[in-house]
Write a protein that binds this ligand. Structure first.
Ligand SMILES: [Zn+2]
Length: 115
C-alpha cells in the first residue's frame, strides 16, 4: 500500500493528522471492497500491493480526495477554535492538492490508453 509522508511535526499531527489516517482508511476500504476478507488471518502489518498501476492510481485519487476534503473540514473546525492551525492546514492543502492533481492527470492518461 502506498505510504503517505508522515506528519512528523507535532503541530502537523495535531492540526491535520486525522486527514492522513482518513487517507489510509480509504485505501483499506478499497482493498476490502476489491478483495473481501483478504486481511483475515494475516499477521498485523501485512502489506497489500495493488495489482496494476491503474488500480494504484484510482485508489490514490480517491484517497487524496478524502485527504483534501478532510483538510477543508479541519480548516472550518480550526477557524471556530481560534485559527491556530490555519497556516499548517493551508500548507498541507496546497501540498496534497498538487499530488491529487498529478494522480488525476495520470488517471485521465490511463483512461485514454484503455480505449
Ligand atoms: Zn495513498
Amino acid at each position: 500500500m502506498p505510504v503517505v509522508p508522515n506528519a512528523g511535526d507535532p503541530n502537523q499531527r495535531r492540526c491535520y493528522g486525522v486527514c492522513l489516517e482518513e487517507h489510509e482508511r480509504s485505501h483499506i476500504d478499497d482493498v476490502n471492497r476489491a478483495n473481501p476478507g483478504i486481511c483475515r488471518g494475516k499477521p498485523r502489518g501485512t502489506q497489500i500491493m495493488p495489482s496494476t498501476s491503474i488500480q494504484l492510481t484510482d485508489s490514490e485519487v480517491r484517497a487524496f480526495e478524502v485527504t483534501v476534503q478532510c483538510l477543508r473540514r479541519r480548516l472550518d473546525e480550526d477557524a471556530r477554535d481560534g485559527g491556530c492551525c490555519e497556516a499548517y492546514i493551508l500548507d498541507a492543502w496546497n501540498y496534497y492538492q498538487d499530488i491529487l492533481e498529478q494522480y488525476r492527470f495520470e488517471q485521465s492518461r490511463n483512461r485514454r490508453r484503455r480505449r
